[in-house]
Design a protein around this ligand. Structure first.
Ligand SMILES: [Zn+2]
Length: 395
């Protein structure tokens, strides 16, 4: 590359931006925004909007009713690039919500110790958002993108993207490729496969009765709950990567009342797209069956993630990203993750997708969550180089 090429201008500029990245990251981490806190998630969005305005990048707001709005920041492709076809967007995706309860950033604000940053959402995935913002700014400044770039900032990923999903899918249908900036794995790896997941809830109705004086008149919803849990857990098939976890239960009225109601929440994870319907059919049958005669139950799906599967184009995207990251001094391995993410939705509608290209961190969803500060710049450079290599890779 010559000194004037977009590659060297962009990577050289990004190399000087670690301090600026940390400043934005600190503000974002300290802005409270759990998935159910729409004003908070939108306040994190306001930081994105302010940054984009400062860099001359237009942002479209796609209003969402209950959860954080979706933001679409657009940088047009470099005019110098000749090859046709290229109106499809190169998507840089990320979510602004975190899993933490209200007040978490006050209790545990952003800090850096020995090159490691801490704070709620520092890796998952506010660092990824910051990375995407600076990559967009770099292309806005120096040009050279082989097509339009679209930064998609969503607001409800951690709860299965109930309102973000349709925006993500519509964006992905028109996308050339999707980079999802979830945190890079602790060894620097990226994610090329993810399980799908279905979160559902079942409510059981029994009949109350005094458990001393009138025991036989009662119908125990908790007895039914126990039988259903055992049957649901028995659907787990580790060899096929199918797991079932009833992770939350509640029910009953008092210790001396036969329980009139009970409720359980199920997390199903699977690998093969076809397994989803097979297992959900079995779950529905367990919910429909009364193990304790006289009980009734109903099942409601609360949230869902599709599996991230590897298409030939996605495999090509991985190889290209690996080469781009190599130029930034990073060794990249592909990994499979049991965790779900929005990348499953984009892959399912056919967009070549690579996930976990964000800065490197770990222990997400816990107070020990951390980010390797020194990974901010090279991961941003790797993403920028990968974008610049798309044409050559035939993507
Ligand atoms: Zn995440």
């Amino acid at each position: 590359m010559t000194a004037e090429s977009p590659d060297s201008a962009i990577t050289a500029w990004l190399a000087t931006q670690q301090g600026a990245m940390l400043q934005v990251l600190e503000e974002m981490v300290n802005t409270d925004g759990g998935s159910y806190d729409k004003p908070g998630v939108d306040a994190v969005g306001a930081i994105v909007q302010r940054f984009m305005a400062e860099h001359g990048i237009p942002v479209e707001v796609v209003k969402r009713e209950k959860y954080g709005d979706c933001l679409k920041a657009r940088v047009e492709g470099g005019a110098a690039l000749a090859s046709g076809n290229r109106q499809q967007s190169i998507v840089l995706m990320g979510h602004r919500d975190t899993v933490f309860p209200k007040g978490e950033p006050t209790r545990r604000p952003f800090t850096i110790r020995d090159g490691i940053a801490y704070g709620p959402g520092v890796a998952d995935m506010k660092a990824g958002l910051v990375m995407n913002m600076f990559v967009l700014a770099a292309f806005r400044k120096f040009g050279g993108a082989p097509g339009p770039l679209l930064g998609l900032f969503t607001g409800d990923e951690e709860i299965g993207s109930p309102e973000g999903r349709e925006v993500i899918e519509a964006t992905a249908r028109e996308a050339r490729v999707v980079f999802n900036s979830e945190p890079g794995r602790p060894n620097g790896g990226v994610v090329t496969g993810r399980k799908g997941g279905v979160f559902s809830i079942f409510d059981i109705e029994g009949k109350a009765a005094h458990s001393g004086g009138n025991f036989e008149a009662g119908i125990s919803a908790i007895g039914e709950l126990a039988a259903k849990i055992t049957a649901i857990h028995a659907l787990t098939d580790l060899k096929r990567g199918i797991t079932l976890n009833v992770g939350l239960v509640s029910g009953g009225q008092s210790v001396n009342t036969v329980a009139p109601w009970a409720q359980g929440q199920i997390d199903l994870r699977y690998v093969e797209p076809a397994d989803r319907d097979e297992v959900m059919t079995k779950i529905a049958a367990i919910i429909a069956k009364s193990f304790v005669p006289g009980t009734k139950a109903k099942l409601t799906i609360r949230g869902e993630f599709l599996p991230l599967t590897q298409s030939p184009a996605a495999a090509k995207l991985f190889e290209m990203y690996k080469a781009a990251a190599g130029e930034s001094g990073l060794a990249i391995t592909p990994e499979f993750s049991g965790g779900c993410a929005d990348s499953g939705f984009t892959a399912a509608v056919g967009a070549p997708t690579i996930c976990a290209v964000g800065p490197v961190g770990g222990k997400a969803h816990s107070p020990e969550e951390y980010l390797e500060v020194a990974s901010l710049v090279p991961r941003a450079q790797a993403a920028a180089r990968a974008i610049l290599m798309l044409e050559k890779a035939g993507l």
